[in-house]
Design a protein. Structure first.
Length: 136
C-alpha cells in the first residue's frame, strides 16, 4: 500500500496531470507525469491510478490496480534518479491488455514508462514549456 502522502485523490489533480503532463505509453499502461506547482515542489511524488471497466470485472480491475500500486511503491523505494521522490504528480492509466499481462510484463512496462514520463516532464519544466506543449 502506498503511504497517504504518495496518493493522489483530487479529481482536479488527476485532470491537470492528464491534460498537461508528459505522456509515455506502452502496451499495457499509459503514464502522465508533471512537476508539482512551485509552492509544492518539495512535496512527495504522488501517484493516481485509472483502471476503467474496459479492463474487466471488479476482481480483475482490483488485481491490476494492486499490481500498479506495488510498482509505484517499489519505484519510490528504489530511489532511482529517473523517478524523483519529490515534486511530481503521476497518473497511471491501465489499458485493456493489462488484465492478461503477467506481473513481470506489467511491472517492466510501468517502470519504463514511469522513467520516460518523469524524464520528459523534468526536461519540459527545465526548458520552460509545459509538458503538454508541443514545439512549433
Amino acid at each position: 500500500m502506498l503511504p497517504k502522502e504518495h496518493r493522489m485523490r483530487s479529481a482536479l489533480d488527476f485532470s491537470a496531470t492528464v491534460r498537461s503532463g508528459a505522456r509515455s505509453g506502452r502496451r499495457n499502461v499509459v503514464l502522465y507525469a508533471r512537476p508539482r506547482d512551485a509552492g509544492q515542489a518539495g512535496e512527495p511524488t504522488r501517484f493516481g491510478f485509472i483502471v476503467s471497466k474496459a479492463i474487466g470485472n471488479a476482481v480483475t480491475r482490483n488485481l491490476v490496480k494492486r499490481r500498479l500500486r506495488e510498482v509505484a511503491g517499489q519505484s519510490l523505494a528504489l530511489q532511482s534518479p529517473a523517478v524523483p521522490r519529490a515534486g511530481f504528480d503521476v497518473v497511471v492509466r491501465a489499458l485493456p491488455p493489462a488484465a492478461a499481462a503477467s506481473w513481470d510484463e506489467l511491472s517492466g512496462e510501468a517502470r519504463a514508462a514511469l522513467e520516460t514520463a518523469c524524464r520528459k516532464a523534468a526536461s519540459a519544466a527545465a526548458s520552460g514549456k509545459g509538458a503538454g506543449e508541443r514545439g512549433r
